[in-house]
Design a protein around this ligand. Structure first.
Ligand code: ADP
Length: 217
């Protein structure tokens, strides 16, 4: 099982991502967690990305893509599956991730979208800010992250929809209900994917991606 999670900040990617990873016994690769860990350990990469995290801006594509490629290579040595949480966030990341996945023969089985309305997202993020010490949970930074999500990340969903791997789940419900629906949908996809050889999913035309969203991103 290879899942990409695409959802707004506060939609529950972290919680659901961990549960999906456990269910399918694959690694949960969460870009935000990996980046925060680098910052905490004050690695060179951590020092480079701290300002982006603190302001709610996106870290440069090359930084996250290199980091994720490494994690995917490690996953390939293991079961070959993954739950990727937090990437792709831009069109360029979607394109480059796809190229890497084709190269590693690890293209995604599903792109999972957790749907939550703006008001509920804001409520959850502000509530989390009260009991977690994340440097990016102040109200103005939260609003910046939500805006970036709507403008830059959400449009990517169309491409996964066209590829036929998009799974959208209403996630403004109790956590366990969301998990049940997500795992149910992914189980169905997993058995369908078994019938399709890896090569059969490989011939996606990337020019459509350029045309739909512009080559600049
Ligand atoms: P959330 O989705 O709640 O904002 P994350 O933990 O996924 O939280 O991400 C936190 C921060 O990490 C982002 O605001 C951004 O600065 C950085 N980040 C995570 N993933 C990426 C990515 N794929 N590209 C660029 N920056 C990223």
């Amino acid at each position: 099982m290879r899942v990409l999670m695409i959802a707004a900040p506060g939609a529950g990617k972290g919680t659901q991502g961990e549960r999906i990873a456990e269910h399918f016994a694959v690694p949960h690769i969460a870009t935000g967690d990996l980046l925060r860990d680098h910052v905490a350990r004050q690695t060179e990469l951590g020092r480079e990305v701290k300002q982006y995290l603190d302001s709610g801006d996106l870290v440069p594509d090359d930084v996250v893509l290199d980091m994720v490629r490494e994690a995917m290579e490690a996953a390939k040595q293991d079961s070959g599956g993954y739950v990727l949480d937090g990437l792709p966030r831009t069109m360029k990341q979607a394109r480059r991730l796809y190229e890497t996945a084709v190269e590693l023969e690890m293209t995604a089985t599903a792109a999972l979208h957790l749907e939550v309305g703006e008001d509920e997202l804001l409520r959850r993020l502000l509530a989390r800010a009260d009991h977690e010490q994340r440097s990016d949970d102040s109200e103005d930074v939260i609003r910046r992250r939500l805006t970036l999500y709507r403008e830059v990340t959400e449009p990517i969903l169309d491409w996964y929809d066209e590829r036929g791997i998009l799974v959208s789940v209403a996630a403004d419900r109790p956590v366990d209900d969301v998990t049940r629906e997500v795992l149910g949908a992914l189980d169905v996809l997993a058995s369908a994917a078994d019938q399709i050889p890896e090569g059969g999913r490989r011939s996606v035309d990337l020019t459509g991606l350029h045309a739909a969203f512009g080559a600049a991103r």
